[in-house]
Design a protein around this ligand. Structure first.
Ligand SMILES: Nc1nc2c(ncn2[C@@H]2O[C@H](COP(=O)(O)OP(=O)(O)OP(=O)(O)O)[C@@H](O)[C@H]2O)c(=O)[nH]1
Ligand SMILES: [Zn+2]
Length: 225
């Protein structure tokens, strides 16, 4: 192509058309395909110096994406729906209900490293109670997302408060953060403890003490006031 011709063609283009267009901004929430997710795993494998085509790694991208679907299943579940069904025939039971030692596995949003812990969930019913398994399901929904422990604690407590409208809620979580135990500062055995209380658990020290005693933490008087 002569330089004259290319100049003519260039001038004939609409103004600015010769400038490479900025690619459209990706919607950060648009879901990539399974293929794209598996390719991303292959990229990471190459990045650590591995050969994704070797026999032992050939199915690894599929396994990893499948595992991710399990680790992060909480994004497809609606927490409020879990507590939708309640029972009122409780013979006037209006004392504290506690489900303690609910084990969970989550992942921290900073390193995507496991957070392994236990949650203790209590509420003071207001004429209606919820099926007790639903408290564990609620923990599970929030655990199966990328988390920081403080937010997970608050989300569990706030959802119970919003949906059941009990006289109070108390949630305590104790967890080990693998980003602190297996990397970084390497402090195995360190345990992060968070709590969120509302209603009567906040205003009445006796109710708070009862919760702490039931979960085996009597003496821990400093729970958020
Ligand atoms: N508050 C809080 N911090 C968390 C949680 N999970 C992880 N972290 C912390 O998030 C912080 C991220 O800090 P950065 O300095 O950005 O990351 P980093 O350089 O990898 O930090 P180090 O872990 O200290 O090596 C770290 O201090 C983690 O310990 C959590 O649930 N709650
Ligand atoms: Zn982390």
């Amino acid at each position: 192509m002569s330089s004259d011709r290319s100049l003519v063609e260039l001038l004939a283009r609409p103004q600015g058309a010769h400038i490479t267009k900025t690619p459209p901004r990706l919607d950060p929430r648009a879901k990539p395909s399974a293929q794209e997710a598996q390719d991303a795993v292959r990229t990471l494998l190459r990045w650590i110096g591995e050969d994704p085509s070797r026999e032992g790694l050939q199915d690894t991208p599929t396994r990893v994406t499948k595992a991710f679907l399990e680790h992060f299943a909480g994004y497809t579940q609606e927490p409020h729906e879990i507590l939708a069904r309640t029972f009122s025939e409780v013979e006037g039971y209006d004392d504290v209900v506690v489900l303690k030692d609910i084990s969970f596995e989550s992942h921290c949003e900073h390193h995507m490293a496991p957070i392994i812990g236990r949650a203790h969930v209590a509420y003071m019913p207001n004429s209606r109670v919820v099926g007790i398994s639903k408290l564990a399901r609620l923990v599970e929904v929030f655990a199966k997302r990328l988390q920081i422990q403080e937010r997970m604690t608050a989300q569990i407590a706030d959802t119970i408060q919003e949906v059941l409208q009990p006289r109070g809620v108390a949630v305590m979580i104790e967890a080990t953060h693998h980003c602190m135990t297996t990397r970084g500062i390497h402090k195995p055995g360190s345990l992060m403890v968070t709590s969120r209380v509302s209603g009567i658990f906040k205003t009445n020290p006796d109710t708070r003490r009862e919760f702490l005693s039931i979960i085996g933490k009597s003496g821990a008087e400093s729970l958020a006031r």
